[in-house]
Design a protein around this ligand. Structure first.
Ligand SMILES: [Fe+2]
Length: 216
């Protein structure tokens, strides 16, 4: 952690398939949020507290919300932040659906929500200063996949190329799974190592993506 920062990020890896959960703490107020309850609360041991007020869901695939019930047992109960397309999965919980470009505050921290459909319709990325939590939309070394029902290659192209890659190139991504040769990476470095981020246009991306999925 950089001592000059006013937030900390603790990541934990495990769950269904090298999933990441991230615990973000505002160091000025102590307030916390969790991004994706893919691992149980005990994973964060002494770092998690009753100041965990919000749980942000990058998308509603089962592995990313696997331990939601355990976090809902905490007191006070954290509020669930998700895209409106995913809200029906959380009917019995306290939820706050968020639209594209909506701001979410955790203590003195301001997160910006970006709707990034493609891997899944309710996928969002979460921007905190120069850090982007990308869920399954973008990993180290490649984009997310488009093989689940609800996936859409064109949507993924626009989410990745028009939304994410328009952010400052030094933005660091924190993905939903540990699929690369390191856990985080800057956008400009990721473009260099990822053929799926080197498409010249939408048709080229669709062709590259189809080839990638056929060869898996
Ligand atoms: Fe997913």
């Amino acid at each position: 952690m950089n001592p000059t920062q006013h937030f900390s990020i603790r990541s934990a890896k495990g769950g269904y398939d090298h999933n990441f959960s991230y615990l973000v703490t505002c160091l000025e107020t102590g307030e916390q949020c969790l991004i994706d309850p893919a691992l149980p609360p005990e994973t964060f041991d002494k770092y998690i507290s009753s100041a965990l007020t919000k749980i942000i869901i990058t998308h509603t695939h089962g592995d990313h919300i696997a331990y939601l019930n355990a976090y809902q047992d905490m007191n006070p109960q954290p509020k669930i932040i998700c895209h409106p397309l995913g809200k029906d999965k959380f009917q019995s919980f306290k939820i706050h659906p968020v639209q594209n470009e909506e701001k979410v505050t955790i203590g003195n921290l301001a997160f910006k929500i970006l709707h990034t459909p493609g891997h899944y319709p309710d996928s969002i990325c979460i921007l905190l200063e120069n850090i982007l939590f990308t869920g399954d939309t973008l990993f180290v070394g490649r984009t997310g996949r488009v093989v689940s029902s609800g996936s859409n290659i064109q949507d993924l192209y626009h989410s990745v190329y028009d939304t994410i890659l328009n952010l400052p190139q030094e933005t660091i991504i924190y993905p939903g799974h540990d699929y690369g040769d390191k856990s985080t990476i800057s956008l400009d470095e990721n473009i260099k190592i990822s053929p799926l981020l080197q498409a010249i246009d939408e048709n080229d991306f669709i062709s590259k993506m189809n080839t990638y999925e056929q060869n898996r």
